[in-house]
Design a protein around this ligand. Sequence first.
Ligand code: FIX
Ligand code: ZN
Length: 432
Amino acid sequence: MEATSLREKIQANAARGTLLPGQILATVEEVLSATQFVDMHTHLFSPALGKLGLWGIDELLTYHYLEAEFFRSSSMKPEQYWTLSKRAQADAIWQALFVENSPVSESTRGVIAVLQAFGLPTSGPDLEDARSFFRSQTIDSHIQNVFQMAGMKTAVMTNDPLDTEEGPMWMNGIRADSRFQPVLRLDRVLWGWSTHWQKLAAQGYDVSERADEKSLAEIRRFLSDWHKRMQPVYMAVSLPFTFQFPEQSTLSRLVSEAVLPACRELDLPLSLMIGVRRQVNPRIRLAGDAVGKANLQALENLCRDYPDNRFLVSVLSRENQHELCVYARKFANLMPFGCWWFLNNPSIVEEITRERIELLGTSFIPQHSDARVLEQVIYKWHNTRATMAPILANSYQLLLRDGGSISREDIRRDVERLFCGNFQQWIRRKGN
Ligand code: FIX
Ligand code: ZN
C-alpha cells in the first residue's frame, strides 16, 4: 500500500514536471548555465567607443583589484610602479602575484580562469603566449566570443558625459550596439559641483556655481539632451558612505530638483551605489578607495518621498546589507542589486544572497560584474553561477521539505527573473 502510493506520487510528480530532491542541484546548474544574463553594471565599452574599451592580458593584470594586492607582495613603491609602461606593470604583477606567490585570491584566480578558458598557459615565467593570443584577436568577434563564454547577452556600460575623452565621442554620435547599453553616469555632475559646473557651461548650459533655480532648470535640460544623445537605460551615481538625504547641500538640491524630476519625466531608474570611502590611500590611485558603513536613512527618505521614482541600489558595506533588504521589503520602488567590489567574494556573496532570498524571494538582482576589462566577465559570471547554484538549490530543497514542489520550468522562470527580468522590468525594456 505504502509502496503503491509512493510510486503513484512519483508518477504524478513526473507528469507535472515536478523534480525530486536529488534532481534539484543538477537542474539548477543546468538552467543557470543555459540562461544568458544581463550584466547590469560594468565599466566595459562598445567598440564604437574605441580605446575606452579595455581588453587583453596586460589590462587584466593591471586591474586595480590586483594592483592593491601587488603592493602587499612586492617591495616596489607605488611611485616607481606608476612610471612603468603598462606592459612592465603587468610583468611585475605577474612575477609578484603569480610566480612568487600562489594566486589564491579571488582576483588572481580570475586571471588564471581567463587564461584557462582560452587554453593559454596558467603558469610560467612570462606572458608571451598570452600576449600573442590577444594580439591575434579582432575586437568585434572577440567580444562575441567572450560574451558567449561568459553566458551573457548584454553589458550595461558606465558613460560619463563630462569625461574629456568620452563626452566628445558621444557629441559626434556613437553607433548603437545591441550588446552594450548606455548609462548616464552623474558622479561629476553631482559631486563637487563647484569644480564641475563650468563643464556644463562649456557645453552651452546657463549654469552657475550657486546651483540656483535657473541652473537647476538648465541641468534638467542637460539631462534631457544627453538622454536623447545616449539613450541610457538608467542614470547612476556612486555616493560616499557619508551620503545623507535630504540635507542642506548642493548635492541634495541637485538630486531632488534636477535628477529625480528628470528620471520621472524620462521614465528612467536612478542607480545609487552607496558606501565608498574615496582615496584613503591616494598613492595607489584607483586602488586607493575603501569602504565605510552608510546611514541608509537617506535611502528610506528617498524611497518614501519619491514614490514615482525607481531606485536600483547597491551598498558597499557588508554591515548595510541586511538593512537594504529590510528597506526593499518596505518600498517596492527599491531594487537591490549586486555584491559590489569588496563584496564580490564567494563567502560574502553566499551570505548576502541567502539573506536576500530569505527576505525578498526572487525580487532582487543578485549580481553585476563591474568588469573593467572585457575578459573578466568570463570568470566573474562563472563564479556567480558556481556560488548561486547551491544557494538556489538549497532554497528549493527547503521548499520541498515544507511540502511545496518545484519543476524545471519554475527554476527557469526564477533564474530568468533574477538575472534578466527584474532589471528589464526596472528599465521598462523587453528582451535584451
Ligand atoms: O563607482 C563604481 O562604479 C565602482 O564600481 C568603481 O569605480 C570601482 O573602482 C570598481 O571598479 C569596483 O568594482
Ligand atoms: Zn562600477
